[in-house]
Design a protein around this ligand. Structure first.
Ligand code: AMP
Length: 210
């Protein structure tokens, strides 16, 4: 079994974060989300966070140079030696090419969901600073079931920003589907199923191809 180096592709709200948490638990891999890293920097008030905040709040992408640097450093850490799961990176062809220059990716798993569904999911999404996320249709408490902290709505999950995030996705990130398909490592799962069924579909893809 070689290194389980994996990417999750999918529109905002497709369920990448939710599934990544579960998959990383099962395969004992680090869950590396550029969005989480950037939000942690915003919270800590680092120079990078200050720079990223305005861009994220508009639903635009942070520069390739910044996120490529973040990922390159992160993938050198010890916990990545047997594999990792990238969630939210790469988001542009430029980022994918940079990643290919320093890593060999084994699988790119595309979580496919139609756009109406995604809009609804994002509108009802509530987050915890610990990384958990919930949907108001299935979770009515305003505190996190895992750690008890208060849930909040991401600034960029508000309707005025979601539209530009989806435009950015269609224009800059969706071309990655063809990019990885051409490399013969793209696997698509139906992300409109129940969370458990999406999870089972992903596990099957991984076990069949590892
Ligand atoms: P996410 O949590 O993956 O939805 O990311 C939230 C926001 O962080 C995105 O809308 C972007 O502004 C920024 N971001 C996250 N990952 C990347 C990336 N790979 N490239 C550029 N911007 C990113």
């Amino acid at each position: 079994m070689d290194k389980l180096s994996m990417i999750f592709l999918g529109a905002p709200g497709a369920g990448k974060g939710t599934q990544a948490t579960k998959i990383c638990e099962k395969y004992n891999l680090p869950h590396i989300s550029t969005g989480d890293i950037l939000r942690a920097n915003i919270k800590a008030g680092t120079p990078l966070g200050l720079q990223a905040k305005a861009i994220i709040d508009k639903g635009q992408l942070v520069s390739d140079e910044i996120v490529i640097g973040l990922i390159k450093d992160r993938l050198q850490e010890d916990d990545c030696k047997n594999g990792y799961l990238l969630d939210g990176f790469p988001r542009t062809i430029e980022q994918a090419k940079a990643l290919d220059s320093f890593e060999k990716i084994k699988m790119a798993i595309n979580i496919a969901v139609n756009e109406d569904e995604v809009v609804d999911r994002i509108a009802g999404r509530r987050m915890c600073v610990c990384g958990e996320s919930y949907h108001i249709s299935t979770y009515s408490s305003d505190t996190c079931a895992k750690c008890g902290q208060k849930l909040y709505q991401r600034e960029d999950d508000k309707p005025q920003t979601v539209k530009s995030r989806l435009e950015v996705y269609n224009k800059q990130t969706a071309p990655l589907i063809e990019y990885y398909s051409n490399k013969g490592i793209l696997y698509t799962v139906d992300g409109s199923q129940d969370i458990k069924d999406v999870y089972n579909s992903i596990v099957k893809v991984i076990d069949d191809n590892n």
